[in-house]
Ligand binder design. Structure first.
Ligand code: PEP
Ligand code: MG
Length: 591
């Protein structure tokens, strides 16, 4: 038996076969050949197989996602059939007397670079497509099957590390648990594992070895341990623990349908964080009162090209309709930092967490933003959708968003397309936003505090860097003081405030958040019922009395009268409104 310890991302026990997940990116060496003709033949055969695969994928996507969804495979087919690609491969094989693999890899690189350097945004996106084609050809030439995990039964997935885009593409039904050798607790991959509610560990230092493939494994998520090839005693003990866990989960189910009200009558909303439609079932099964955060960027990460307005509209509409009268907060795309999407064609940044991410992409590349906003406004006819903007740092940004929103509405009017009147709010996840939350509160309908980023920016501790995990302390008084301050500023302005960062699910802080007056906690679906149990057992007034004064709320700036008439997100004109003339331009806040 081998035992490895890691950091626990999500509790629970998984017992099953191990599958080692390897990245396909291997540098291809310029291997020489004496038979260039035979290599050319190998290439032609591989290209035929790739075309067949693409046809199959096209048909599957056509059925599952319609013509828009299938179009990408048609583009890949056209690129592969294009003479220039084949001619480049041929030149390299004959010119350098090398194997087909090297010629394909070089051609892929040349073409990708050529597309990436193009002026036109659409053409720039094709860089990722051409890379994808080359990877497909390399996999075929190397005798590998299609990318992704190949398994008939659910497995414990072992990987060096997983990027968010790799994670979203995995077939979730087939994964019992994630275990990575590296990785940080606060990464989006960890967050995805929590959303899926499966036991997961990171930073185990486990040596990834193909020999582990198919061996029996046990993951104890809470204890942060993976047992490989367990002995009889461990297997029996963990088998019993798994049964007990199932019993506990059943008991929690009895809390379904109960209100989230404390013993002394204080209510709080418990919503779910999700990444896509696939997570809706878990949200409903766990009795979520709504969706507090739909991380829409996962819709982008799952694809090799921008999702169209229609595709996005269908997804948002499905979420809204499925949730019925329950609120659904959809966050506009938060691409950037660890959530990289090749087809965005972004410059490589030295410090991406401080770079062009989230709202900064939307404001500098408004076409991408407009497409998403059109889809969101249209879908808001079908349910209780609100829109939330990430990574806000200033009022000025809200003014720029407001302008784009107005243009989007005009576009929809011109097209004669119906749209709703979604609420609009912002994430408070930068220290700047928290510190001016009194000013921001006048401009929006609601706040949701993103403690994951707030902690990283406030404590100068990269959430991706496992070496600083111990310094990334979201219980730091600075974080808690800021949360308290944001809650007070929101309430002064008469807007509601939630927490959608991972800290919201921390059972050690539930009573604290109740005492602060937080209106809503949005957490991974599997955390809802455990939090409900704590809420039902809490007497907030008693807790306030006993609360140890470990940290003191700061002396806040005088909050001013609410300026709701300046809001970007009114539910309709209010008496005394001077819209649009009375709206803030943001300039008054510029120093
Ligand atoms: C956060 O930063 O707390 C948050 C909810 O957003 P994300 O984790 O997606 O950056
Ligand atoms: Mg964030």
């Amino acid at each position: 038996m081998q035992v490895y310890h890691g950091k626990s991302v999500f509790g629970g026990i998984a017992i099953g076969r191990i599958l080692v997940y390897g990245r396909e990116e291997k540098p291809v060496k310029p291997e020489k050949t004496k038979d260039a003709k035979a290599e050319m033949l190998r290439y032609r055969k591989a290209a035929q197989t790739a075309l067949k695969q693409l046809d199959g994928l096209y048909q599957k996507a056509l059925q599952e996602a319609g013509e828009d969804g299938a179009a990408i495979f048609e583009i890949h087919r056209m690129m592969l059939e294009d003479n220039a690609y084949g001619e480049s491969v041929e030149n390299i094989i004959y010119g350098q007397q090398v194997k087909a693999e090297y010629a394909v890899a070089r051609t892929g690189e040349h073409f990708a670079r050529m597309f990436a350097d193009m002026e036109d945004a659409y053409m720039r996106e094709r860089a990722a497509d051409v890379k994808d084609i080359s990877e497909r050809l390399l996999a075929i030439l190397g005798g590998e099957g299609e990318k992704g995990i190949r398994t008939k039964e659910p497995v414990i997935l072992l990987a060096e590390d997983l990027s968010p885009s790799e994670t979203v593409r995995l077939d979730k039904e087939m994964i019992l648990s994630f275990v990575t050798a590296r990785g940080s607790l606060n990464s989006h991959t960890a967050i995805l594992a929590r959303t899926m509610g499966i036991p997961a560990l990171v930073d185990t230092g486990l040596p990834l070895d193909g020999k582990l493939d198919g061996m029996l494994g046990i993951v104890d998520g809470l204890a942060g341990v993976i047992y490989i090839d367990p002995d009889e005693e461990t297997l029996t003990g963990m088998g019993k623990a798994l049964e007990q866990e199932k019993e506990k989960a059943k008991l929690l189910q009895t809390l379904k349908g109960r209100e989230n009200v404390t013993l002394d009558g204080q209510s709080i909303l418990l919503y779910a964080n999700i990444g896509n439609i696939g997570d809706l079932a878990a949200a409903l099964q766990n009795d979520a009162g709504g969706i507090g955060l739909l991380r829409s960027e996962f819709i982008y990460l799952e694809r090799d090209r921008f999702p169209t307005e229609e595709e996005q509209f269908r997804i948002y509409r499905t979420v809204a309709e499925t949730m019925g009268k329950k609120p659904v907060i959809i966050r506009t795309l938060d691409i950037g930092a660890d959530k990289q999407c090749d087809y965005f064609g972004m410059e490589k940044e030295g410090n991406p967490a401080l770079g062009c991410r989230a709202i900064r992409i939307c404001l500098t590349r408004p076409d991408i933003f407009r497409t998403q906003l059109r889809a969101l406004f249209r879908a808001s006819v079908y349910g209780e959708i609100s829109i939330m903007y990430p990574m806000i740092t200033s009022v000025k940004e809200i003014c720029r968003i407001r302008k784009i929103v107005e243009e989007v509405k005009e576009e929809l009017n011109a097209r004669g397309v119906a749209y709703g009147n979604p609420g609009q709010g912002i994430m408070i996840e930068t220290p700047a936003a928290a510190l001016i939350s009194d000013l921001l509160a006048r401009e929006v309908d609601f706040f949701s505090i993103g403690t994951n980023d707030l902690t990283q920016y406030l404590l100068a501790a990269d959430r991706q860097n496992r070496a600083v995990d111990e310094f990334y302390d979201s219980h730091h008084p600075a974080v808690l003081r800021l949360i308290q301050m944001v809650v007070e500023n929101a309430h002064q302005a008469g807007i509601r405030v939630g927490i959608c960062g991972e800290l919201g699910a921390d059972p050690g802080l539930t009573r604290e958040f109740l005492a602060m007056g937080v209106d809503e906690l949005s957490v991974s679906p599997g955390r809802i019922l455990p939090l409900r149990r704590i809420i039902l057992e809490t007497d907030v007034s008693e807790y306030r009395k006993m609360r140890q004064k470990e940290w003191q709320p700061p002396v806040y700036m005088e909050t001013q009268e609410c300026h709701r008439s300046n809001s970007i997100c009114r539910q309709g004109p209010e008496e005394g409104d001077t819209f649009p003339a009375g709206r803030s331009t943001g300039d008054e806040y510029l120093a």
